[in-house]
Design a protein around this ligand. Sequence first.
Ligand code: ADE
Length: 211
Amino acid sequence: MLDGFLAESIVGRARESGLIGITVHNLRDWTTDKHHTADDRPFGGGAGMLLKPEPVFAAIEQLQSPGCRRIYLTPDGVPLSPAVAKELSGLEHLILLSGHYEGIDQRIRDSVIDQEISIGDYVLTNGTLAAAVLVDALSRFIPGVLGEEKSLTHESFTGKLLDFPQYTRPAEFRGMSVPDVLLSGNHAEIEKWRRDHALEKTRQVRPDLLK
Ligand code: ADE
């Protein structure tokens, strides 16, 4: 699931240039039975399977380093935000645990997980995608990962507003023209236009952000 994501585009280039190191591990490598069993049925009944504690404890205990942050991706975690992504981008070593079943044995959370993160109020079939989203979101805060440092400052959420509309050439396309002010070269007017439109967009789409 991760090969394309880790090899391509901005994250791929950041790995190539050594700005980020990412290793994918398979929990089955830490199982000890012949069938490499990593899951089992929940005590007390109920649907689905849970990740067993033994392989997860063994994996994390082997991979962890002093001061590393051990994170479990789960829909019942604390929502991912720019602040969370930024904080994590400053840490030396993260371990991301993704569940593939109904969940994981609570003792894993109690003993070898430091932080639980959700990427949104929906349930994915596989926490690996959530781990990829987290990696992508935090990579952007690592200096040098984005070509242009500026592209961080002007975008949705960094400034607590959604993005303003943007246009490129041609100035006239199928009868739709670019707002005059953007062609004016008047930077103060352009800034004001952008801020007004960012506010309006935020008011319409995410009024909660304005509170
Ligand atoms: N695993 C499944 N759904 C998830 C979500 N929304 N966030 C984080 N991990 C998940």
